[in-house]
Design a protein around this ligand. Structure first.
Ligand SMILES: NC(=O)c1ccc[n+]([C@@H]2O[C@H](COP(=O)([O-])OP(=O)(O)OC[C@H]3O[C@@H](n4cnc5c(N)ncnc54)[C@H](OP(=O)(O)O)[C@@H]3O)[C@@H](O)[C@H]2O)c1
Length: 253
């Protein structure tokens, strides 16, 4: 029996990396999946990828995760197409890394609006659309537990998100809605090419980070997707408010 048969899931920022891998796995596990992205070109490519798994069980929507006015639109479209929502994976996020001295207000706002404010109001917008017993998963980061140089705004956004998982879990427990965070360690995704840093600096940073991972490597999007599936499914029916570290031991060892 598939783990998500008959479930309706929304995944934000699913045009690459962990979001896309999770969308593919959820579809394969029987869910109907609504995915968002902000680029027409990437949404078209995502459409083609997902159609290979199940042509009629997904919907792609253009929506900026940092724009709170688009949240309602996403839930309305999901409900119109597939019915009420059982799973929300708030995954869309940006990584910007700079020493404190170089962080601009614009960069700070971009990170906070996409990684913290966006998911906050996304969950709020979803309240009328969630089924009882829904599962919400927020994508945080190992950086919210560590003092990684250059990660100030990013780490703060993810620490805020981790805290939201606790408070939302408390507030939504009356509706049997579970809220958890997933905390990836370094994962090999396109995000590393979008940091704004020169390629050489990214390579150097990547090597430094990998050396701090007990398992000695970057993880894969598929490894994250499997853990998101656990939190989304009935396998995690007694799990709420946690942050699940999927980081090769980086935050623990
Ligand atoms: N990779 C890592 O090592 C790592 C570690 C810990 C946590 N994370 C977190 O994991 C999540 C997924 O990242 P990833 O590594 O899979 O990177 P990714 O491949 O860049 O995926 C991020 C996705 O979010 C989308 N996105 C970004 N800003 C958006 C916005 N304003 N509106 C709509 N979509 C937006 C991206 O679209 P575009 O391509 O159009 O930007 C992309 O589809 C992020 O929240 C990230 O912070 C990543």
């Amino acid at each position: 029996m598939s783990k998500l048969e008959g479930k309706v899931a929304i995944i934000t920022g699913a045009t690459s990396g962990m979001g896309l891998a999770t969308a593919k796995l959820f579809l394969a596990e029987g869910a109907k999946v609504v995915v968002t992205g902000r680029s027409d070109e990437k949404l078209k490519a995502t459409n083609e990828e997902l159609a290979k798994i199940h042509a009629n069980h997904f919907l792609t929507i253009k929506a900026d995760a940092a724009d709170v006015t688009s949240n309602k639109k996403v839930f309305e479209a999901a409900q119109d197409k597939f019915g009420k929502v059982d799973i929300l994976f708030a995954n869309a996020g940006v990584g910007r890394f700079m020493p404190l001295s170089d962080v601009t207000e614009a960069m700070y706002d971009e990170v906070m609006n996409t990684n913290l404010k966006g998911p906050f109001f996304l969950v709020q917008a979803g309240l009328p659309y969630f089924n009882e017993g829904a599962s919400i998963i927020l994508n945080t980061s190992v950086s919210n537990q560590m003092g990684m140089p250059g990660a100030s705004a990013y780490a703060a956004s993810k620490a805020g998100l981790r805290l939201l998982a606790r408070v939302f879990a408390a507030e939504l427990s009356a509706h049997k809605i579970r809220v958890n965070a997933i905390s990836p360690g370094p994962i090999d995704t396109p995000i590393w090419g979008k940091t704004g840093l020169p390629e050489e600096a990214v390579q150097e940073m990547g090597a430094g980070i990998a050396s701090q991972v007990a398992l000695g490597r970057f993880g894969t999007s598929e490894e994250i997707a499997k853990s998101v599936l656990f939190l989304a499914s009935q396998d995690a029916s007694f799990v709420t408010g946690i942050e699940l570290e999927v980081d090769g031991g980086m935050s623990q060892v």
